[in-house]
Design a protein around this ligand. Structure first.
Ligand code: NAD
Ligand code: TYD
Length: 353
């Protein structure tokens, strides 16, 4: 079959990548989607088991830092689009081990850009390198204000610094080599298949097991939460309608203080688990704050709305209920990803310090 597009999606076995793949393979049977993933602790092919038999989906086990292997895949498939999500993505891990973030997020992105340049340089028409990034590159807000596409970069964790560096490399390839690129910077995502090192799935898992709920500092830090399927829809929109060389901010317009969010989750789970009201809240435990903890993130996504017509679709409480239901119905998934290596991470992050 002659495909209209052949898209490499890096990091497709992770949280957001798996939702992007699910959306694109189903919506566009004439696109061939190749999931390029190294299957680190965060990558899990089980995330895609409902679609992995579809004829337009292929998995390739590859590390983006291995330029030779990526070149081979370009030769094999002739990608005309790359949607780049592969990354080390957790701030607390970046504080423990910054260099692995520099390796994957900076050197890996550079290697991928280099492969695109080598394979596309004779013909950039119909080609696109779409880089998925984060609002954390903009740093930390005070009580008021929003990040726009014009906000200066001011990353403050090894994670956000490595993502900022990757964004700069993408724009450097655009300006220097005319590589057709687009970038989006999104706020915190939540939903199914989210690895339980991040706030929402970690709290759901701990509530379920009656374990302490470790809230950093006083729980006053604020994040802007977006339903992961709305992020995937935004990526679909930008893939098709985004302007080359532009950046688009994506956000939920949905700010929550961590402590209020954890209390809401406790209430939803008391209800789902048939526990008396207020029982799970008693598990909340304030623990030592994260070093360099950014106070507040909030995205102004009006450019994306005005220019490309995207808006978030799901109300937060409904999204959280669906997320809780998914975790309660997929106990095997969570038991498997929290066995082994996760226990060691959990001990280092929460028990030993
Ligand atoms: P994740 O940690 O769940 O998944 C990352 C995926 O990348 C995994 O499948 C992993 O195996 C793969 N990977 C890691 N290193 C690789 C390498 N060297 N080669 C190939 N594959 C590799 O991450 P996520 O939360 O799905 O985030 C995806 C992207 O979106 C990241 O670039 C992240 O910075 C960005 N982002 C995430 C959020 C969020 O709230 N999670 C918000 C904004 C932006
Ligand atoms: P996280 O999900 O790690 O996302 P990010 O740091 O990229 O925004 O954390 C979200 C917020 O929750 C952040 O302010 C840190 C806080 N947090 C806790 O209070 N306890 C936890 O155990 C975790 C993982 C996060």
């Amino acid at each position: 079959m002659e495909y209209q597009k052949t898209i490499a999606i890096t990091g497709g076995a992770g949280f957001i990548g798996s939702h992007v793949i699910r959306l694109l393979v189903k919506k566009y049977p004439a696109y061939r989607i190749v999931n390029v993933d190294a299957l680190t602790y965060a990558g899990n092919l089980e995330n895609l088991k409902d679609i992995d038999q579809l004829p337009n989906y292929i998995f390739e086990h590859a590390d983006i830092c291995d330029e030779r292997h990526i070149d081979e895949l370009f030769g094999k498939y002739g990608f005309n689009t790359v949607i780049h999500l592969a990354a080390e993505s957790h701030v607390d891990r970046s504080i423990m081990d910054p260099l692995s973030f520099v390796k994957t997020n900076v050197l890996g992105t550079a290697a991928l850009l280099n492969s695109c340049r080598k394979h596309w340089r004779d013909n950039y028409s119909d080609k696109l390198f779409y880089h998925i990034s984060t609002d954390e590159v903009y740093g930390s807000l005070g009580e008021t204000g929003f990040f726009t596409e014009e906000t200066s970069y001011d990353p403050r964790s090894p994670y956000s610094a490595s993502k900022a560096a990757s964004d700069h490399l993408v724009m450097a390839y655009y300006h220097t080599y005319n590589l057709p690129v687009v970038i989006s910077n999104c706020s915190n995502n939540y939903g199914s298949h989210h690895f339980p090192e991040k706030l929402i799935p970690l709290m759901i898992n701990n509530i379920k097991h009656n374990k302490p709920l470790p809230v950093y500092g006083k729980g006053e830090n604020v994040r802007d939460w977006l339903w992961v399927e709305d992020h995937a829809r935004a990526i679909d929109t930008i893939l098709h309608k985004g302007k080359i060389g532009e950046t688009y901010n994506i956000g939920g317009n949905n700010e929550w203080r961590n402590i209020d969010l954890v209390k809401l989750l406790c209430a939803i789970m008391d209800d789902s688990l048939g526990r008396p009201k207020g029982q799970s809240e008693r598990l909340i435990t304030f623990v030592k704050d994260r070093s360099g903890h950014d106070l507040r993130y909030a995205i102004d996504a009006s450019k994306l709305k005005k220019e490309l017509g995207w808006e978030p679709s799901l109300q937060f409480e409904e999204g959280l209920k669906r997320t809780v239901d998914w975790y309660l119905q997929n106990e095997e998934w969570i038991d498997r990803v929290t066995s082994g290596q996760y226990q060691q991470y959990y001990a280092e992050q929460y028990v030993k310090r």
